[in-house]
Write a protein that binds this ligand. Structure first.
Ligand SMILES: *[C@@H]1O[C@H](CO)[C@@H](O)[C@H](O)[C@H]1NC(C)=O
Ligand SMILES: *[C@@H]1O[C@H](CO)[C@@H](O)[C@H](O)[C@H]1NC(C)=O
Ligand SMILES: *[C@@H]1O[C@H](CO)[C@@H](O)[C@H](O)[C@H]1NC(C)=O
Ligand SMILES: *[C@@H]1O[C@H](CO)[C@@H](O)[C@H](O)[C@H]1NC(C)=O
Ligand SMILES: *[C@@H]1O[C@H](CO)[C@@H](O)[C@H](O)[C@H]1NC(C)=O
Length: 593
């Protein structure tokens, strides 16, 4: 509100001021009531100071009490508070929406407030187990179940185990962990701060370092020199096994820029499991510390998803940043097409998306076709919705460096579950030219590759070709296909592909990749990062854009002038139209049914 304007226009201003005082008074009354309730809840004789008696208990208890009391004045003030906070998240004028709520109620004097039936969530309070389950889903890196078990060990003298013996070291309570921007945990050292995102058990056959835990995170140092340690916590053991950190693997080339101390840089950190523990399977969790016996400020669940059999293809999509751009309809077409082509599952990471996109993602997540992992930027980087988008647009090097976190997290989380992992944007499709599916394509490609050299490659790359938006508009829409199906309608592409190895995308072989970059692996196990170039007669990376990437501005003119009709995608036309249209109908995109 602009208070300065108040000097001039008199009566409007007085009215506004009065309104404000009125609203403010009501808020204060509600707040006082609320605090009163809180205080009276605190007085309930329940607070044993046992370390195990976590906040969870407390929340649970409070909800129980709330439920049992439910006096009408409490109900109303809670309702008002909830309404106002919920509304203000949709508009910037929290005050005015509160006002609407209040006037609606006071304009209705004939109704007794005790007859009002607010639309509250009436599901029963959650049990502690249910709460833990929910928290585990929200923060997958937290070793909650194990912590719940482990915290029963009494503090006391340690026996010597492994190379170090620490007298004061105990398992960190989840309340001692230093979180950073929700999904990150922090370790400060004498020379550099670490932001840790996830930890994974790596026992791949080709790994020469033997079983190890790899940690994906960022360090605000280039070429970090600080010595650190990993504390491995095992189920059923009171004390951690402590080892020196083996390596910090940089996921970036210095020549790409941002090569400066003080900027958070992406790393995969490795700690070897000592031989004494090789047979024990994965540790339950891992903490990083500087000095071996430091009490940790972080504790990550060690992820190990190893099914009996691998499925074929996983697709990973970097943090979606489409807050205002309503990509929903195009996303449906893309998800359906990628699934028709053979993706077993699509793993999205999400920064900010439009509510309509959330609808789409929720729908497909329920069907098990996609999985969405929420994501934030670590350190001091912005996470406020629109501001974050502006930051990522302006700071492209930071954007690229941050993208490497979801890509490598996706690789390590799913390396035992899929034969191949592809990193795609939602405007890219790896299109087989002769085969109907990726499975058939890879059969053909493997035969060719093995004939040249009899070994699996770390990746199989596909050449990029642009399907630019305006190549359609000079030709008009195609009949018999819905206009809202962007890819089916855009079947003119530039004649030339971008150069070999430029803007390619790969099917990565997760048995061999150590660090992943958007376009190719940077470090690999075994015989290095070998990549087989899939011939353009077998497959192409169809890239649907309004324009080429900036660095190709000049060539882009030529791409535009030399376009060809390429209707490879129409092979999927019938199924695609049917699936996309049905989904849009189901989700109410054509109005209420
Ligand atoms: C801190 O680490 C950087 C490398 O990341 C190194 O160049 C520098 O010498 C270190 N400073 C000290 C005081 O050890
Ligand atoms: C333990 O110490 C021995 C001797 O100092 C060393 O060879 C070994 O690598 C250490 N093990 C670990 C896991 O750090
Ligand atoms: C290729 O290597 C596999 C084992 O890696 C072997 O079984 C096969 O006979 C080899 N094929 C050729 C043609 O050398
Ligand atoms: C296409 O590529 C060929 C071979 O690289 C080149 O000679 C030609 O100029 C390119 N054409 C266009 C329109 O870019
Ligand atoms: C998509 O968003 C617009 C604007 O918020 C809204 O009017 C429309 O109803 C939404 N569509 C669906 C299917 O929810």
């Amino acid at each position: 509100m602009k208070w300065q304007n108040c000097g001039g226009v008199g009566s409007r201003c007085v009215r506004r001021a009065l309104l404000f005082v009125f609203v403010w008074g009501l808020v204060m009354i509600a707040a006082v009531q609320f605090r009163h309730v809180e205080n009276s809840l605190r007085e309930t004789p329940t607070a044993e100071e046992s370390a195990n008696d976590l906040l969870l208990d407390d929340i649970y208890r409070r909800r129980e009490i709330m439920k049992n009391r439910g006096s009408s004045s409490l109900g109303l003030s809670r309702y008002l508070l909830q309404r106002s906070s919920a509304d203000s998240s949709f508009s910037n004028s929290g005050g005015s929406s509160l006002l609407t709520t209040l006037t609606t109620i006071s304009n209705n004097p004939t109704k007794n407030p005790s007859d009002l039936e607010p639309l509250l969530d009436k599901r029963p309070a959650k049990t502690e187990e249910e709460l833990i389950e929910e928290i585990e889903q929200r923060i997958p890196s937290l070793p909650l179940a194990y912590w719940n078990k482990n915290s029963k060990y009494p503090a006391g003298q340690s026996k010597t185990k492994g190379n170090y013996s620490c007298s004061n070291l105990k398992y960190p309570s989840i309340y001692d962990i230093e979180f950073n921007n929700v999904y990150w945990q922090t370790m400060r050292t004498g020379n550099g701060t670490f932001q840790l995102f996830g930890a994974y058990y790596d026992r791949r056959k080709l790994s020469r370092i033997g079983p190890a835990v790899r940690i994906v995170g960022m360090i605000d140092r280039i070429e970090p020199t600080v010595k650190t340690h990993c504390q491995f916590w095992y189920d059923g053991e009171r004390d951690p096994i402590i080892v020196e950190t083996l390596e910090y693997k940089y996921i970036w080339y210095p020549k790409w820029g941002n090569y400066k101390q003080g900027i958070y840089q992406p790393y995969v950190i490795a700690c070897k499991i000592p031989q004494s523990h090789w047979s024990k399977g994965p540790p339950a969790s891992v903490s990083m510390v500087e000095k071996n016996c430091d009490t940790p400020s972080n504790n990550l669940r060690v992820i190990y998803n190893k099914p009996e059999r691998k499925k074929d293809f996983a697709v990973c999509v970097k943090g979606l940043d489409f807050l205002h751009e309503d990509l929903s309809v195009r996303l449906v077409e893309w998800i359906e097409l990628i699934s028709l082509l053979g993706a077993d599952k699509i793993f999205f990471y999400q920064l900010q998306v439009h509510p309509n996109v959330t609808k789409i993602l929720d729908h497909y997540q329920k069907l098990g076709m996609v999985h969405v992992t929420p994501l934030t930027l670590p350190g001091g980087q912005p996470n406020v919705p629109a501001f974050q988008h502006m930051y990522l647009t302006k700071k492209t090097n930071h954007k690229r460096q941050n993208e490497l976190i979801p890509y490598n997290d996706c690789l390590y989380k799913h390396m035992y579950e899929y034969e191949y992992i592809a990193l795609l944007d939602v405007d890219e499709v790896i299109m087989p030219v002769k085969d109907a599916t990726w499975q058939d394509l890879m059969k053909r490609v493997l035969q060719k590759a093995l004939k040249i050299r009899n070994e699996t490659r770390a990746s199989y790359n596909v050449r990029n070709v642009y399907f630019l938006d305006d190549l359609l508009h000079s030709h008009g829409y195609f009949k018999g296909m819905p206009k809202y199906m962007h890819m089916l309608q855009h079947v003119y592409r530039s004649q030339n592909f971008t150069k070999p190895n430029q803007y390619i995308k790969c099917f990565h072989n997760p048995e061999r990749v150590v660090t992943l970059h958007n376009h190719f692996p940077l470090a690999c196990l075994g015989a290095g990062c070998t990549s087989y170039p899939i011939e353009t007669e077998d497959a192409q990376l169809q890239h649907y854009r309004a324009d080429c990437v900036k660095s190709l501005k000049k060539t882009c003119v030529q791409y535009r002038e030399n376009s060809v009709l390429d209707t490879t995608i129409w092979r999927y036309k019938d199924q695609l139209i049917e699936r996309v249209t049905r989904t849009l109908e189901t989700l109410g995109f054509f109005g209420p049914s």
